[in-house]
Design a protein around this ligand. Sequence first.
Ligand SMILES: Cc1ncc(COP(=O)(O)O)c(C=O)c1O
Length: 386
Amino acid sequence: MRNVISSKVANIPPSGIRRFFDIAATMKGVISLGIGEPDFVTPPQVVRAGMDSLNRGETHYTSNAGTIELRRALTDYLRRLYGVEYDLETELLITVGVSEALYLALTAIIDPGDEVIVPQPCFVAYTPGVIFNGGVPVTINTRVEDGFQVTGAQIKAKITPRTKAILIGYPNNPTGAVLQRETMLEIADVAERHDLVVISDEIYDRLVYGIHHTCFASLPGMQSRTILLGGFSKSHAMTGWRIGYVAAPEELVTAMGKVHQYTIMSTPTTAQAAALAALTSAEDDVERMRLEYDRRRRLIVSGLNEIGLKCFEPQGAFYAFPSVEISGMNDHEFANALLEEEHVACVPGQAFGEASGRYVRMSYATAYEKIELALERMRRFVRRHG
Ligand SMILES: Cc1ncc(COP(=O)(O)O)c(C=O)c1O
């Protein structure tokens, strides 16, 4: 057959994260700091709610937007946490993870050639999502000097008549950076002046340490131009259930709902029942897991700095993003050598669009003892190469 794959798909390389998993899977005794998902299992009462739903015979489609009970619980949740008010009939959509929500947001707003500003490093799906939808990602390199926060001035410098949206993801994967409120206000000001949509991926909103998360939509005047993406994967250890949501003004949710309706129909019914239980009965679990991540965060950040792998202090998510400069290697060389010599897996920063090639991502969503052992191995490694 002739080559039928579209160039926009063919030209995008597969995720750099998966490649490392595949190599690590062939080795024995590997400690993986590569994984971007909780090592906890879903809280038992949430699992039970999913099973109960199945046992009640709830094996059918739900309303396209998601069950009314879940949307109602979600409006309460968002009001309670962030003081934002969404109409459960017109402004919420339950999706197959933030992954689908992100795709819907981009599909709903991008016309061919539209530009979307994407600060990097960032979650691997952002720029491919823009490209798949015919848009042009306009990237910005955030800097360690700015705490890996994108600034209003950086965004302003990238605006053209084709700019349609800014896509931000904080707390950030892979850096762990959290936007300060003043910086958010700067971004809000630019969005207002240039009439831009802000797509705010807040999947790590519940995983912050020593600070409060500010929901972008809660900033003055921002709810009317924000597409808020949220989920259960990280906060509630529910990656495999594949469930998330989008909250946005009616016009945008209607457009996203159209795409959702014709591609997904409705988010899995069992997962929606479990998510309802997650919102109504799992606050203690969220806090239990957050406290444990925080304990591990302090261990890995101080350990890395002690070894000489200089590490910016992450205040959110579950990633450390140390510089590997001391090793004299770039990120890929470092990650390959560390895996080969010490059987510790991490992910090169360039997989997330990091531009300098000097950083790697290490996830601390893994057991405390394993992090201790990984640090020992890394100490040995840096002694050899530093
Ligand atoms: C920043 C960010 N957004 C979205 C996702 C995807 O989340 P979900 O499991 O809800 O599709 C991830 C997963 O790693 C992520 O890190």
